[in-house]
Every structure is written in structure tokens, then in C-alpha cells.
Design a protein around this ligand. Structure first.
Ligand code: DGI
Ligand code: FE
Ligand code: FE
Length: 194
């Protein structure tokens, strides 16, 4: 039953996503499963969350906005300016539920917060956020070697490092920062100092 479900979702993603995004999706799913094994979390949930996390990534900005409106999801100014980068996570959680039949709140929240994170994340949320950043196909982020090693030791410290590097990147590239990204960073900075 579980393997049939995984196969079905994998096939659905192969159809829905472009080739590069599909390859990334598989890499995130297996990296998330590895992290779940190391950190004593549910491997099956990690696989499902990984397989579906970018299910809304190949949807046009116009359609992402329309889906948010249909589901009464508020769109902030930063989200409206960067629909693909930011809204694919929120819309992905909606589609994972409605189109792909996932009811598990933990998996849906991991998808919803996989781009910005949020304060006080669940273990599955942290695993997906980190897997998305470190999967083997990622090449351009700074400090990847160090972050990949950290991920198998300490999830919170890894999260903080990724958030720090993401914020530096966004500031240097002139990208608008989503308040949730900043809040997540501040939360884990304080948490780790304690
Ligand atoms: O969908 P992926 O490319 O696999 O990765 P992702 O969902 O983590 O992030 C998508 C992009 O969003 C990535 O280039 C980083 C960016 N991002 C993360 N936080 C923010 C952000 N972009 C803006 N503008 N503001 C943020 O706070
Ligand atoms: Fe994403
Ligand atoms: Fe991704």
C-alpha cells in the first residue's frame, strides 16, 4: 500500500514537473528520508513530503494567485512580487491535500513552510527545509560541504546556517525578504544562543 502510493505520487510528479524539477524532487525525497533515518523521524512521511514539496513549482504566477484567492489565502506584498519563489509552498500544501490526497497535517505543514521555514518547526518541517537545500543536485549555495555535514549532526544549527546564508544571498541580490524568513532566522538565533 505504502509503496503503491509512493509510486503513484512519483509518476504524478514526473508528469507535472519539468525534468530538472523532477530530478530535484527525487533527490529531496531521498535526502529527506536519509535525514529522517539519522534523526529518528518517520521515513515514509519524509519521502511523501519530499516528493510533493515542489508540486506547485511549475504553475504560472497567474494561476498560483488564482488558487490562493480561491482558498482565501492572504497574499502579502512580498509574495505578490515573488509568486513563484514564495507562493508555490503555500499552494503546494493545498494541492498536496486536494489533488494528491494527503491528509496528514504534519506533511502538509512541511510543504507549506519549506521555503521560509517558521518559528518552532516540527522535526519533519526541519528535515524537508534542510533536504531541499542540501540535496546532491544543488551546486551553487555557499558552504554546502559544511552544511551537508552539519545536517546529519544537528538540525537546528543547520537550519540557522541555511537561513543566515539565504538572508545574505537575498540582501546581496536585492531580493525582497519575506517576514517569515526573518522571523524564523531570529527564532533559531535566540534558540541556539540559549
Ligand atoms: O523551490 P526550490 O527552488 O527548490 O527552493 P525553495 O522553495 O526553498 O525556495 C525557492 C526560492 O525562494 C529560493 O531561490 C530562495 C527563495 N527565498 C527563500 N526565502 C525568501 C526567498 N525569496 C524571497 N524573495 N524572499 C524570501 O524571504
Ligand atoms: Fe520549493
Ligand atoms: Fe525544492
Amino acid at each position: 500500500m505504502k509503496s503503491a502510493n509512493l509510486k503513484k505520487l512519483r509518476k504524478a510528479m514526473e508528469k507535472e514537473l519539468n525534468h530538472k524539477r523532477y530530478e530535484h524532487t527525487l533527490s529531496v525525497a531521498y535526502t529527506a528520508a536519509n535525514l529522517a533515518m539519522v534523526h529518528s523521524s518517520d521515513t515514509y512521511k519524509a519521502l511523501i513530503a519530499g516528493l510533493l514539496h515542489d508540486c506547485a513549482k511549475c504553475i504560472s504566477d497567474k494561476k498560483l494567485i488564482a488558487i490562493c484567492e480561491k482558498h482565501s489565502i492572504d497574499i502579502s506584498e512580498v509574495e505578490m512580487n515573488n509568486p513563484s519563489a514564495l507562493l508555490h509552498a503555500k499552494v503546494g500544501a493545498v494541492l498536496a491535500n486536494e489533488k494528491y490526497g494527503i491528509n496528514d497535517e504534519g506533511i502538509l505543514n512541511a510543504i507549506k513552510y519549506h521555503t521560509t521555514g517558521r518559528p518552532d518547526m516540527s522535526k519533519l518541517e526541519k528535515i524537508l527545509y534542510i533536504a531541499d537545500y542540501i540535496e546532491p543536485g544543488r551546486k551553487h549555495a555557499p558552504n554546502l560541504k559544511q552544511i551537508r555535514a552539519m545536517a546529519y549532526q544537528d538540525l537546528d544549527k543547520t537550519l540557522l546556517k541555511i537561513l543566515e546564508d539565504t538572508l545574505s544571498y537575498l540582501m546581496s541580490a536585492g531580493g525582497q525578504i519575506d517576514p517569515m524568513t526573518k522571523e524564523t532566522y531570529e527564532y533559531y538565533r535566540k534558540e541556539i544562543l540559549l
